[in-house]
Ligand binder design. Structure first.
Ligand code: GUN
Length: 165
């Protein structure tokens, strides 16, 4: 089963950050804005989930969300998550099946972190799931502007140049 198989079988479509996705769950109920932190500025579904597929040499470009995002590994090869926290600390998380190689099948990206994803191996892909609560809304999704991110985190120049467009 290759990337093409999963893209077709699961009906995945291109995502603005790179890769392919389809939303597979959006809770019927929502939380009203007055009960959420003010950064949301509106009602949000309790939770949402997507399939997400990344194929080498494509990458998920640096972006950030207002909710924590839980990543689950389903198929393919290890995926690397590159996180830059608001203080500028870099964290590299491997999502995959082999703990002996530093991989874990579930990883969490904290709200407000800039993050990107790439494949560990050439000619590989990863099929994963991403769950957020409160649920995803594109107004909570911010794709990084390369020059602005470089000004804020000049110590990560090479990484930012590689994983922004
Ligand atoms: N729905 C559309 N895009 C996304 C995304 O990047 N993450 C999550 N969790 N849901 C989405």
């Amino acid at each position: 089963m290759d990337a093409r198989f999963w893209i077709e079988q699961l009906g995945l479509l291109p995502h603005p950050e790179g890769g392919y996705y389809r939303e597979i769950y959006r809770s019927a109920e929502s939380v009203e804005a007055e009960h959420l932190p003010s950064r949301y500025g509106g009602d949000r579904a309790f939770s949402t989930a997507i399939y997400y597929l990344l194929e080498h040499p494509d990458f998920s470009a640096f972006h950030r969300l207002k909710s924590d995002e839980i990543w689950h590994f389903y198929d393919g090869s290890p995926l690397i998550l590159w996180l830059i926290d608001p203080a500028g600390a870099l964290q590299v998380l491997r999502l995959g099946r082999d703990p002996a190689r530093g991989e874990q099948p579930v990883r969490v990206v904290p709200a407000g972190c800039w993050f990107a994803a790439s494949l560990e191996h050439p000619q590989s892909f990863a099929l994963v799931g991403c769950t957020v609560a409160p649920g995803f809304d594109f107004v909570d999704f911010e794709l990084a502007e390369r020059e602005a991110l470089l000004r804020q985190f000049p110590q990560h120049r090479a990484l930012i140049e590689r994983l922004t467009r």
